[in-house]
Ligand binder design. Structure first.
Ligand code: AMP
Ligand code: MG
Length: 397
């Protein structure tokens, strides 16, 4: 049995960063950038009005109110045709280029329209000029995104702003999900005696989707060497194979034997944690295999602790382990035995601090209880009184 930290260290050490690929911009969301991106233009590309109002010369605002002649109207997307001279101004909309000669925009709320193409300026925002200067965000040729950046919606918008229709990212792993167990039936089937519906295929596929990785279901394998061998062999063609169930010490827990027979090197098969003691990790060339215990809560906890960091490392994340939050225990907790406990909990913000309340569940088969949790409290064996500072892993990602 190894400690969870040691297990994670092994997983990350064996998880290869995948190669770079070029993808269309919409497919880059959530991926890691594998090139450094420079701007193809100044941003903004011209002096741009930040307000709806009037482009004026600040010298004309020395005494207020001031009446000015309006020489033209400039909606966004038009180019000014007339420079602004003393005593004149242009009506201007947010996003339109500021005409030559003007050095400030007075917002429309501070003006009064007069007859005969004139406007009265009642107040100014000076010294604020309400103009976004050309190149103030970034200059043409300057780097806007460096290698290794994880792309989120703002970065996607930025890439569009600098004209990148395609972008080089680290490839995402392909994942296969296999549930195992003679007792499992599909979601559309009413379970007969001794049967239950397969939950883990679905929760694992959802976990992968959340991680930004497409996963394929290989269905349910029966607990026979032949059937398991067939399905697992197919799964080994992917970068990552997730097997749920069949990794414990029961008579029908045949997954480790099948993996060994297919040439998988098993790096660990038991972890000092609760839930999830029979968690298996192996490699097959550059491919990874995770054997997650079949109880539905253990499966999700195992994904969170080991699979998610592995996927992120493969996708090029520099810091792939899910972040933890420091919190205080709302109610004391006791951990028996010798394994690190990952207890379902609800995280709450109380003023400046976070508190974590461990919730009562019926254990690692209880998805009903677990579904009320949004975090895992990490506790070593022993007694932990109310108010103890603890590490908490938020489950939403
Ligand atoms: P195992 O790890 O195969 O010994 O399974 C442990 C427990 O989890 C048993 O009660 C199984 O019936 C249950 N289980 C295994 N696989 C699944 C699954 N895909 N969905 C729901 N429960 C499962
Ligand atoms: Mg089983």
């Amino acid at each position: 049995m190894i400690a969870p930290q040691e297990a994670l260290r092994i997983v990350l050490e064996k998880s290869p960063r995948l190669e770079a690929v070029e993808v269309p911009l919409p497919e880059a969301d959530g991926a890691v950038l594998d090139e450094s991106v420079a701007s193809d233009s100044d941003l903004p590309p011209f002096d741009k009005s930040a307000m709806d109002g009037y482009a004026v010369r600040s010298a004309d605002l020395a005494r207020l109110p001031a009446d000015l002649a309006v020489v033209e109207s400039l909606p966004a997307g038009t180019a000014p045709t007339r420079p602004i001279q003393g005593g004149t101004c242009a009506k201007i909309m947010t996003g339109a280029p500021v005409p030559e000669g003007a050095d400030t925009v007075v917002r429309v709320e501070h003006t009064e329209w007069l007859a005969g193409g004139r406007v009265r300026i009642l107040r100014s925002d000076l010294p604020q000029r309400n103009i976004c200067a050309r190149g103030e965000d970034v200059r043409k040729g300057e780097t806007v995104l460096e290698v290794g950046r994880v792309l989120h919606p703002p970065e996607i918008g930025l890439l569009a702003s600098v004209g990148r229709e395609r972008v080089r990212i680290v490839r995402r792993p392909t994942v296969a999900v296999l549930a195992t167990g003679d007792e499992l039936v599909s979601v559309s089937t009413v379970p007969g005696p001794g049967q239950i519906r397969d939950a883990n295929s679905w929760s694992l596929l959802a976990c992968c989707r959340r991680a930004g990785v497409g996963a394929e279901s290989l269905g349910v394998a029966r607990d026979t060497l032949d059937h398991l061998g067939d399905r697992i062999a197919r799964g080994l063609e992917r970068d990552v194979l997730l097997v749920s169930g069949g990794v414990s010490v029961g008579e029908w827990d045949l997954v480790p034997k099948v993996l060994r027979d297919l040439g998988v090197a098993i790096h660990f098969a038991t972890v000092r944690m609760k839930p999830g003691k029979p968690t298996l990790f192996g490699t097959h060339g550059r491919g990874l295999v995770f054997g997650l215990p079949g109880n539905p809560v253990s499966t999700i906890v195992g994904f969170h602790l080991f699979v998610l960091p592995a996927l992120r490392r493969m996708m090029g994340w520099a810091d792939p382990a899910p972040p933890t939050v420091a919190a205080t225990l709302a109610v004391g907790a006791k951990v028996r035995g010798d394994r690190t406990a990952y207890l379902p909990a609800v995280l709450r913000r109380e003023g400046e601090t976070w508190t974590a309340e461990v919730i009562e569940t019926r254990g690692s088969a209880d998805l009903v209880g677990f579904s009320r949790a949004d975090a895992l409290v990490v506790l070593e064996p022993g007694v932990h009184p109310t108010g103890t500072r603890v590490q908490v892993l938020p489950l939403q990602f």
